[in-house]
Design a protein around this ligand. Sequence first.
Ligand code: CA
Length: 469
Amino acid sequence: MTRPNIVVILTDDHAAHAIGAYGSLVNETPRIDEIAARGARFDSCFATNSLCSPSRASILTGTYSHVNGVTTLVTPIDARQPTFVSRLKDAGYRTAMVGKWHMGDGPGHDPEGFDYWDVLIEQGEYHDPRFLSADGLRQVEGYATDLITDLALAWLDSLDGDDPWCVLVWHKAPHRPWQPAERHADLYSDPIPLPTTWNDDYATRTSSARRAAMRIAEHLNAEDLKQQPPPGLSYEDESLWKYQRYMEDYLRCVASVDENVGRVVDWLRDRGEFDRTLLMYASDQGFFLGEHGWFDKRFMYEESIRMPLVMSYPERIPAGTVHDGIVTNVDFAQTILDAAGVEAHPRMQGRSLLPDLVAGRATDPEDGFYYRYWEHDDAFHKAPAHYGVRTRRHKLIYFYNDGMGLPGTGAFTYPGEWELYDLEADPDELRNVAADPAYADVLADLRHRLRRAQLAVGDRPHEGEPALP
Ligand code: CA
């Protein structure tokens, strides 16, 4: 079989529930949907640490955060570690990376294993962004999502010969500060429907949800929203006004992503490469779009951890496949290498999804998937560190609450707290049943699953966690 070409389009903070193929109620994304229609849609793909840099590192290296070292936004990657890209390059693939890298810069942190790389600086800019490549730093006029696609297609156009290639097209959009392209400035001006959990009062949750500085009503300011709210609004009406402004800009940024996904699909079609290319579209994690009153991610709740993942490879993956087994960002590397017929590095910790896709199987990890959010002393979003396990039916989360506090103000410590959700009875995660006697057996069972899943990937429990039942 011919080795496939590989395109990985990754966006930043694009929630699955803002994609048509996932049943979005708030926008349309015809070009992303097209990939799902021609290939597979994953309905239970999760980030193992719902934050930008850590998810990127897990995708590249096929390892969990504590193994690749990128646990937070301020822990740069050691770019010399094995990645799926370095494996592909060693196997004769031409390789390129354009767009948002955001895992540190400088020697040892700049992209490695690529024939060509051209990346935004840190979080990057939407308009007239700066790019860093092996030739140095430059500023380019235009809109980031368009420019990143331009650079990827220009590199592809420059290739000749028959060796296969792999290009990573990694966008900044639709990450904060949500600055759309001018051509989309008037999209989505009609009222955008509110999510049903907008008024969540966090009544049964631990202190963490109440403490988090992620509420649209209180933590999005005029700079985020590019306007002051109209004067004289009640608290409720001002909150709704903020939600609309936030969503308009977010969805406008997504509109340019969708167009640019279409440009890549068209390029592949025009050259007759579509059928023998593994084309993936994913986001580094999910995002709250007003659910529970929030924006942002971080928490192990569904909207935050669910990654959109669609992929087409018509030569091997049947069209219109829907895969509902639990998969994670750690599985991407081995899936790509498997498709390319290249052996995974022994350090990689995921599994190839290709056999399941080809055979129509849905395999879940034995004890559920292991999650850990490491950022702790966070002055900005105040979402505390936690870990947990999610099976098809249940989710258990442990907030260890150790040493939380604002930098420089002295840490404070709470006792650890548990949250347990029955996702069948309560898919919106509004009722924490960790203290409900009816769930005592479920809680005990999940605590053992959590420990097994944690140890299986080489992580350790927090010292404050009580002994297992
Ligand atoms: Ca992100």
